[in-house]
Write a protein that binds this ligand. Structure first.
Ligand code: FAD
Ligand code: 8R5
Length: 456
């Protein structure tokens, strides 16, 4: 009996993890990755870019047997540390206690660890091989090596984990229109660095938090790195009136803007001018597709299928959740890829749409409403309801970040809970004005209990 062969395009976060999960289940997996092997050229040589890992991503890493390794090199983030322009900063916890935290991990380190694990599971990795075109009738692809030499390659089944700019998606769309829509956010981002501190403390600011400097129409955030540095990201309108990346076209203009609007942050970034002038402005968009697969021949997964804006910190987490769903479906279907691909799209598309919408909403929340009294009153009332009636109320952020409840459920339940909070707070300024016992009765009468939660 010949083993089923699956060809993955892209050995990034999702491709490397999926490859390992499939190989562990007995499939023959090969990966073609455009870039050179990061374990050889040194991914860490460049800037340290970090990502927030939450329960959905962790769950997938547990499945792969890698969660302990990853957490060992991660920095715990207990909540948001909000830095207002005036007044002192404060921590808003993400969860109820230290069992509900998110983790800052190095992208490069994580990718290398996943590639090692894939290789150990028997995956054949090919670096410096970039997909150029695909002939779906002939079941053949063409790859270009680092010298731009073209190599045809026969492959029965293709999975595209080649990221937001996916070449496989373009090739599939030429063969069978996928209904691609790209919605640009209109805001861009720029990365800056807070280096490690020199004194007794390794970190210049609180290490165990995700820092936010909310400023209404824009914001900065900072995530800790294990070495003691922080990666700061400025999010700002791309174009238009001041302030935008158009009007802050160089570090001199940007430094003046920071002196006014981020006076506590600027002194922490000693290489501000160099960082600002040399790092590109990143673009942010949401990607929607009507279809993710061509029958049993080709499927898109991760950012290639559903790139989202970053404000919920769920892009990788969602892609990792994808890999578990797909690996299970392929195993259940007796490796009938057509059924598995169709089912994958049926299950995951509503969830991808839901997290795309929630990520967009969380930008407003992060940059703006964290400082809004009505928002804080709602948040406080929600926290009291969750404490007193945990079977009936859970903040949407917690459902997204700390449970495996489907994103589509979290979105819908969050909407219903929000309506209820608005109703309970009508005419009140503070959560203290709301009769808690009566509120709980209304809650229990209005909303069904939450589904039971799986742990670990
Ligand atoms: P990618 O990681 O982009 O990997 C795609 C791979 O395919 C790459 O290795 C690429 O070289 C390769 N490739 C591309 N084209 C070809 C080709 N033609 N042939 C062969 N190979 C190809 N998510 C979170 O959950 N939490 C966060 O905090 C977070 N922070 C982020 C910070 C930044 C700065 C950015 C940009 C994103 C962040 N995300 C975060 C989102 C997360 O990075 C993505 O959702 C995740 O990387 C998607 O994984 P992927 O494997 O689908 O795509
Ligand atoms: N992605 C994140 C959150 C939610 C934090 C909260 C937000 C940088 C390009 Cl913007 C952002 C979150 O609601 O309190 N968790 O994880 C990660 C985020 O941005 C990442 C680092 C990023 C794309 C630049």
């Amino acid at each position: 009996m010949t083993r089923q062969v699956i060809t993955l395009i892209g050995g990034g976060l999702v491709g490397a993890l999926l490859a390992q999960l499939l190989a562990k289940r007995g499939l023959e997996v090969e990966v073609f990755e455009k870039r050179p092997d990061p374990r050889q050229v040194g991914f860490t040589a460049g800037r340290s870019i970090n990502l927030a890992l939450a329960e959905r991503g962790l769950q997938a890493l547990r499945r792969a047997g890698l969660s302990d390794d990853v957490l060992q090199r991660a920095v715990m983030m207990r909540g948001r540390m909000v830095h207002p322009l005036e007044g002192s900063s404060g921590l808003q916890r993400y969860g109820v206690d230290d069992s509900e935290v998110i983790w800052s991990v190095s992208r490069g380190g994580l990718n290398m660890l996943l590639l090692d694990a894939a290789e150990a599971a028997g995956v054949k990795l090919h670096f410096g091989q970039s997909l150029v075109s695909a002939d779906f009738d002939a079941r053949r692809i063409v790859l270009a090596d680092e010298n731009n030499r073209l190599h045809p390659h026969d492959t029965p089944v293709l999975v595209g984990a080649d990221g937001a700019g996916s070449t496989l998606r373009h090739a599939m769309n030429d063969y069978l229109p996928l209904g691609i829509r790209v919605e640009p956010l209109g805001h861009g981002y720029k990365e800056l660095e807070i280096p490690p501190a020199t004194g007794a403390e390794r970190f210049a600011i609180e290490p165990h938090a995700l820092h936010i400097w909310p400023r209404g129409g824009y914001m900065c955030i900072a995530l800790p790195n294990t070495e003691g540095s922080f990666t700061v990201t400025l999010f700002l309108p791309a174009h238009g009136p001041h302030p935008s990346f158009d009007t802050l076209s160089d570090s001199a203009a940007a430094a003046a803007f920071f002196r006014q609007n981020f006076p506590d942050l600027l002194p922490l970034i000693p290489d501000f001018a160099e960082d600002y002038d040399n790092h590109p402005v990143g673009t942010l968009s949401t990607l929607y597709l009507d279809r993710w697969h061509i029958d049993n021949r080709s499927l898109l997964i991760g950012d290639a299928a559903h790139a989202i804006v970053p404000f919920h910190g769920q892009g990788m987490n969602c892609g990792f959740e994808d890999t578990v769903v797909l690996a299970d479906l392929l195993a259940e279907s007796g490796h009938d890829t057509g059924d598995a691909f169709a089912e994958f799209q049926r299950i995951r598309q509503p969830n991808a749409n839901a997290i795309a919408a929630m990520a967009l909403e969380n930008y407003i929340e992060m940059r703006d409403s964290v400082a809004d009294p009505h928002y804080l009153a709602k948040r406080e009332l929600g926290a009291r309801l969750a404490e007193r009636a945990p079977k009936h109320f859970m903040a949407r952020y917690r459902m997204v970040t700390f449970t495996h409840l489907p994103y589509a459920y979290a979105y819908e339940r969050g909407r219903a809970q929000d309506q209820l909070l608005e109703q309970l707070l009508r005419g009140s300024i503070s959560a203290n004005d709301v009769q808690l016992n009566a509120a709980i009765s209304t809650l229990e009468a209005t909303l069904p209990p939450l589904p039971p939660l799986r742990h670990g």
